[in-house]
Design a protein around this ligand. Structure first.
Ligand code: ZN
Length: 318
């Protein structure tokens, strides 16, 4: 009987322990359920209210190592927004410019036409040759030694190959030391050198280019560059965040050297080299005949996410 009592007491003690374990298990289950419920609620919040997401999903910048203005993705989409105003040729010229960039960067840059909202908006704009340059005829006398020199009127800078066209040359006087010619020239819409006007610069935010706008100009006289899409390449490069290589004032001095030749303090050859830059503020068909190496190097550097050789040191950004 006594043994039975002891057994009963020990069982009661064990029952206490069992109760205790039971309570702990129930609490554990409750804590687990409450914790999970809270987590589920957070997940629902994240999906339904994007603003409350702890780690916001930003659009990935494929070229995140670049500190210069750049597009954050490829391909870059484009669309002609007023095709009815373009004569077809203009669009072809800008497509050539795109191809030139694609090839020069070995496919690091690619373009794709889209029907949706584009990165590059192309707009055809009708602009005429500046009135003040139309049908202007000027003459001047030039002197040289006929027996020692044989000047080329264009090459020697007597007249500008970009802004003037030789109409006539007439011998005025020739003696042993001096030959005087009168040369007459005119300005006109064959003029291959015109200020790249009314450009719309790209929208850049925190070094990422959001949108670019390229104007395609329609000239009545057809003064487009025929060998190389000079103007279109210039405009498209603006769309990549590149600025002009010179200020307008600096360029005016170079233009003076190009047009006045011997009267300028800047040598003609030097002026040509400077004006050859794709981002020179004026376009000139005769000398801007390819994409400058410095822009190619810089574009490759940027669109390889800073992996490629070279740098962007010699290039000016907007
Ligand atoms: Zn420009």
């Amino acid at each position: 009987m006594y043994k039975l009592k002891l057994f009963w007491m020990s069982l009661r003690k064990k029952r206490h322990i069992i109760y205790l374990l039971g309570v702990i298990i129930i609490f554990s289950v409750l804590i687990f359920l409450v914790y999970n419920f809270e987590n589920e609620n957070e997940n629902i919040d994240e999906e339904e209210i994007p603003n409350k997401i702890k780690k916001p999903v930003e659009k990935k910048d494929e070229f995140y190592k670049v500190r210069y203005p750049h597009w954050d993705h490829m391909p870059i989409t484009y669309k002609v927004i007023n095709p009815e105003k373009c004569d077809g040729r203009d669009i072809e010229e800008v497509k050539k410019a795109f191809k030139i960039l694609e090839n020069a960067t070995e496919g690091l840059i690619t373009f794709e036409e889209t029907e949706k909202i584009p990165d590059f908006e192309l707009k055809c704009v009708g602009v005429g040759i500046p009135k003040e340059l139309e049908d202007v005829e000027e003459c001047k006398n030039i002197q040289y030694n006929y027996y020692k020199e044989s000047p080329n009127f264009y090459k020697e800078g007597y007249i500008s190959r970009f802004t003037q066209k030789l109409i006539s040359s007439k011998l005025i006087e020739r003696n042993e030391n001096k030959t005087t010619y009168e040369i007459c020239y005119e300005y006109g819409n064959y003029n291959p050198m015109t200020l790249v006007t009314d450009e719309v610069m790209p929208i850049i935010s925190k070094n990422v280019i959001k949108k670019a706008h390229v104007n395609l100009y329609l000239y009545g006289g057809g003064s487009r560059c025929t060998v190389f899409p000079t103007r279109e390449v210039h405009e498209v490069l603006h769309g990549f965040g590149f600025a002009h290589s010179l200020t307008n004032e600096e360029a005016a001095r170079i233009n003076f050297a190009l047009s006045s030749g011997i009267y300028s303090e800047i040598p003609f050859g030097e002026a040509i080299e400077i004006a050859r830059d794709n981002m020179y503020p004026y376009f000139n068909c005769a000398h801007q005949l390819d994409l400058d190496e410095k822009y190619i190097t810089c574009l490759k550097k940027i669109y390889s996410n800073w992996e490629s050789e070279g740098d962007c040191k010699n290039v000016r950004f907007l």
